[in-house]
Design a protein around this ligand. Sequence first.
Ligand code: SF4
Length: 232
Amino acid sequence: MKIKYIQKTSLIDYPGYLAAVVFVTGCDFRCGYCYNKTLQNFAKADDFIPVAEILQTIKERSKFIEGVVVTGGEPCVQPGLVDFLAQIKDLGLKIKLDTNGHNAELLEFLVNEKKVDYVAMDIKAAPQHYETVVGSKVDLEQIKQSVACLLKTKNVLSEFRTTVWQGFATTLDFHQIFELIKGAENYYIQNFYSPEAECTGSYLPMSRSEIEPILEMGRKYVGKIVLRGDWL
Ligand code: SF4
C-alpha cells in the first residue's frame, strides 16, 4: 500500500459515520477534472507513509471513529489492499471503499467476502465518452461487471456517483448512464469543483437549470438521486 496521507476525522466522507480517510497514491485513470492530481502518480519510495504507521494512527483513533474510508487515487490498483482492509476490520471499524470500478474481479472479491461495508463507485461518463473523460484506455466490461456486482449484492451498501461540469453530457448520454445503473438505490451527481487553479482548465461548474431535466429523467431509473456540491 502506498498511502500519501490520512485525515483523522471526517463527518462527510462516510454517510452516517464518523470516519478517518486514507488517501492512497496511484491511479489507472487520468481524469482531466481530478482534484487529487497529486495522487494520480504512484509515490516514490520515500514519499509515502508506512502502512504500520497508518494502522497505528487508525488504532489510536478507533475509540472516536466508527469507520475508515479508503480513497485515492485508486485503492484497487494497490497491492496489499486486501490485507490492509482486513487489519482495519480487525480493529472493529467499518470500511467504505471509493473506486473507479476498473478492477471488477477485485471488487467482486471484496464485496462477496464482506471485506468492505460500503462502496462508492464512479460512473465517469456514457460508454462512448469514457476514455475521453478519464484520459486513458478503459475496459468497459470491467466497469459493467463492477456495476452489476454492486446492483445485485446484499452484502454492502453502495452508491454510484458522477462528476459533472458545464456541457458534460447530453440528455442522451445521461440516458445511457441511467440505463447502466438502472435499479441502483443511490446515485449522486457531484458538481465540478476545483480547490486548485491548475485544475480548472476548461471545466466550469454545471448550472442548476442544466441539471434539472437530468434529475427528472433519473428518478425513473434509481431509488434516490442527490446533488452534491454548489449549483448556481
Ligand atoms: S479516477 Fe479519481 S483519482 Fe483517478 S484520475 Fe479520476 S478522479 Fe482522479
